[in-house]
Ligand binder design. Structure first.
Ligand SMILES: [Zn+2]
Ligand SMILES: [Zn+2]
Length: 128
């Protein structure tokens, strides 16, 4: 399936090339929160490393250290970070954010509320 790429002219004005999102066509992906196939929109490809946290606004000083982790996350609020070259999408039904890879199940990037819920279900989380 061909991906239709288009330049987000309006977006590129505001964001620097180092932290931009390339818009992709919406996809139909299995949402593990809804437990069924859902339309994902918007979908985008991360271009370059994010320099600030999209959730809490923290400015990242040491990207190399952050991205050495298997699952990079904001050191302040633990928001999962997008990785360059990967595709992401948001479930239009429940608003969950996923990392989407062709041919594999999408990986949920839980927001704060979802991370808190996961704790109560005993999902893997770093122990301090
Ligand atoms: Zn954060
Ligand atoms: Zn969903």
């Amino acid at each position: 399936m061909a991906l239709f790429r288009r330049k987000a002219e309006a977006e590129s004005v505001e964001s620097t090339p180092a932290q931009s999102r390339l818009p992709l066509v919406s996809r139909r992906v299995y949402c593990t929160v809804c437990e069924s196939d859902r339309d994902f929109s918007p979908c985008w490809r991360r271009v370059g490393y994010p320099t600030t946290c999209s959730a809490c606004g923290l400015r990242f000083n040491d990207l190399a250290k952050l991205y050495n982790q298997v699952l990079p996350a904001c050191p302040q609020c633990e928001e999962p970070l997008e990785q360059p070259g990967f595709d992401y999408g948001t479930c239009t039904t429940c608003g969950s954010k996923y990392e989407i890879m062709e041919g594999t199940k999408p990986t949920l990037l839980p927001n704060r509320a979802q991370r808190d819920t996961m704790d109560t279900h005993g999902r893997a989380r770093r122990i301090r």
